[in-house]
Ligand binder design. Sequence first.
Ligand code: URA
Length: 238
Amino acid sequence: MSISRARLDRLISEKCQINRKKVRLLLAQKRVSVDGVIATDIAQAIDKFSIIKFDDQVIQENRALYIMLHKPVGVVCATKDDKHKTVIDLINLKLTQAEKISLHIVGRLDLNTSGLVLLTNDSRWSEQLTSPKSKVAKRYLVTLKNPLDHDYINAFAKGMYFAYEDITTKPVKLNILSQYRAEVILMEGRYHQIKRMFGRFDNPVTALHRTSIGPFILDENLCVGESKFISISNKIVI
Ligand code: URA
């Protein structure tokens, strides 16, 4: 899903249906610009967010989209689903159909988990946010069926072996908030990780809610099911 870098001449040739020799000529005539700067190199690397103009004609202009959604329980983190409403169906922001189709989800939540979901069409950003190397913390509020005790804290910090994937989970921070409620901080996102970790104690999770992903905190004013555009800085600060 990474943003593929393309060559300027290839894009112009495709979009304008002209051969590369002609593209070279257009560049020599200083008729092509990339992000407002006259292009001189046919091999210039561009990506899908580069604004390309030929004379006054816009050849490519894609907006980078960053969206925060307050996901309700019962909505699926997928772009299409036959049975359930999807997070994409919930987005009520001004987007063209093409922009809607271009979105992908940055770290899915289970059907019965609520809270923060980020969506974007910028795969370089989402990869940075989800890469294990970035060590981005994801915070969850968990409600349990049975009371918690301090043994959980060590077990979560030590990591748990998941035979199916043959991995040991990275250390997880567990803050006990009350008898039945805890905050869990994950640095990775294994399949049903939180439910499976509490499952080791035969303690079912009755509610799970994500409050943040790295520096992005679920906006308290965003009602369940609502979404909004967010702005990002280039560097993810953890
Ligand atoms: N862990 C889970 O078990 N479910 C989620 O949705 C997220 C983390």
